[in-house]
Design a protein around this ligand. Structure first.
Ligand code: GUN
Ligand code: ZN
Length: 443
């Protein structure tokens, strides 16, 4: 990624027209519906971008005039950049680690790797590596866990700012049940959060999230402090993990006997609100789902991670029926890659295990407009609507002989898109425009 020489503002073409097959959503597709009025497919169109924002779309035959820089991606798929609602920036270093489930995975692999991020140079290099990897997967917006170290959040914010990305993050809170070098304490953590909020929240495309690792690694006092921050700064987000693994759920029950459930630990601390992003939520009950619905929080479903760590099979249908918003997340390094297509393909398989069918529409909506809405950012990201920031990815419909043949014989639109979703990954990505700048070309 080149952040040197010229600033993003200087390099953005005043008027840019991208040609290709435009696909996005205008609302939530129904569960199981192959034909959906929420799907907006505009084959062979120009997408018009001015000053980094989408200003229109028109059929290819209507060629824009010479005032537009034209980039011809004819025959390729143009979609809004993906939104990954739960991913850990330091965990590229432990992705694909063998032989453990959540709690021993944390101790054996993850905590040792996160210690490196105390060093500002490691934190800066790690943030750059991670953000470039996100972009190389077609993810232009993300909700991210760095580490407990304030500098890890600082470097992540700075890296995202340099790339013009929409990023939500915050220093991880953890003051117990973690090794030396990975624990904070309540007064220090509070001061660090306030300083980071003051310096980064609302700056460019960045937002702060109070980042509680999970209930076992925060004392009740730290959870109360986190809840107070949410109340004091109503526009910040909150992110955490909940009900991912059965041993973890049992441990939380021991640590917080007064709480009705794992989710209730967070509710009692004032951490459940419409900007709360809850990773996993596999082992929830109807009561918990009702709390999620009432508070307007969301579940960041992380299917690849749930399969890899053997955590369980998320019941998406029950979440929807309980009124809980569901977005989709890679959860690297529990997850096995940053590709949202591979994550969504795993989501399909998880639902298939329960006899349910996840359509390509429901899946892609959850990774674009659906997550934008759950984050209250639908006016900025998640679709190709006029006025949105031009975060747009260009994909090959097919790479390699198998996908190419499958694409050739597909006829209906859902068939084509579902095959693309199942067979594609970051190798299909041709361009990743962030606010109208192709960050693959500048890499
Ligand atoms: N629960 C607490 N920390 C983590 C983490 O880093 N990854 C996952 N998957 N679950 C967690
Ligand atoms: Zn996670």
């Amino acid at each position: 990624m080149s952040t040197a020489s010229s600033s993003p503002a200087q390099r953005v073409a005043a008027r840019l027209a991208l040609r290709g097959d435009l696909l996005d959503f205008t609302g939530p597709p129904e569960w199981g519906a192959i034909e959906s009025p929420a799907v907006r497919y505009r084959p062979d169109h120009w997408l018009l971008i001015e000053g980094g924002r989408i200003v229109g779309a028109q059929p290819a035959a209507q060629t824009p005039d010479a005032s537009w820089r034209q980039v011809d991606h004819a025959g390729k798929l143009l979609m809004p950049g993906f939104i990954d609602t739960h991913v850990h920036s330091p965990q590229i270093d432990v992705i694909a680690s063998y032989g453990t489930a959540l709690l021993d995975w944390l101790e054996t692999y993850t905590f040792p790797a996160e210690m490196r991020f105390a060093d500002p140079h490691e934190a800066e290099a790690g943030a750059a590596r991670f953000l470039d990897a996100l972009l190389a997967s077609g993810t232009t917006s993300a909700v991210v866990f760095p580490t407990v170290h304030k500098v890890s959040a600082d470097k992540l914010f700075a890296g995202a700012q340099a790339r013009g990305m929409r990023l939500i993050t915050g220093k991880v809170l953890m003051d117990r049940h973690a090794p030396d070098g990975l624990r904070d304490d309540v007064p220090l953590a509070e001061a660090d959060c306030i300083d980071l909020i003051d310096r980064w929240h609302g700056k460019d495309r960045l937002a702060y999230a109070v980042t509680v690792r999970f209930a076992p690694t925060s004392t009740p006092e730290q959870l109360v402090m986190a809840g107070k921050l949410c109340a004091a700064y109503p526009s910040i987000y909150m992110q955490t993990h909940v009900a991912e693994n059965r041993d973890e759920v049992a441990w939380v029950r021991e640590l917080f006997p007064e709480a009705r459930s794992y989710l209730d630990v967070y509710a009692r601390a004032g951490l459940m609100h419409s900007r709360s992003v809850l990773a996993h939520g596999i082992w929830l009950d109807d009561n918990d789902r009702a709390v999620i619905r009432e508070t307007g929080a969301q579940i960041a479903h992380s299917p690849s991670s749930n399969l890899f760590l053997g955590s369980g099979l998320f019941d998406w249908r029950a979440a929807i029926e309980g009124g809980a918003a569901v977005s989709v997340a890679s959860d690297v390094g529990g997850g096995t890659g940053l590709s949202m297509q591979r994550t969504l393909a795993d989501a399909y398989k998880v639902q298939a295990m329960a006899g349910q069918r996840l359509t390509a529409w429901k899946a892609l909506h959850a990774a674009t407009l659906g997550s934008a809405e759950a984050l209250h950012l639908e006016d900025e990201i998640g679709s190709l609507e006029i006025g949105r920031t031009a975060d747009v990815c260009v994909w090959e419909w097919a790479v390699g002989p198998v996908a190419t043949r499958r694409h050739e014989v597909a006829t209906a639109l859902h068939e084509k898109v579902f095959a693309w979703l199942t067979l594609s990954d970051e190798r299909n990505l041709k361009a990743a425009y962030v606010a109208g700048i192709d960050r693959l070309a500048t890499a």
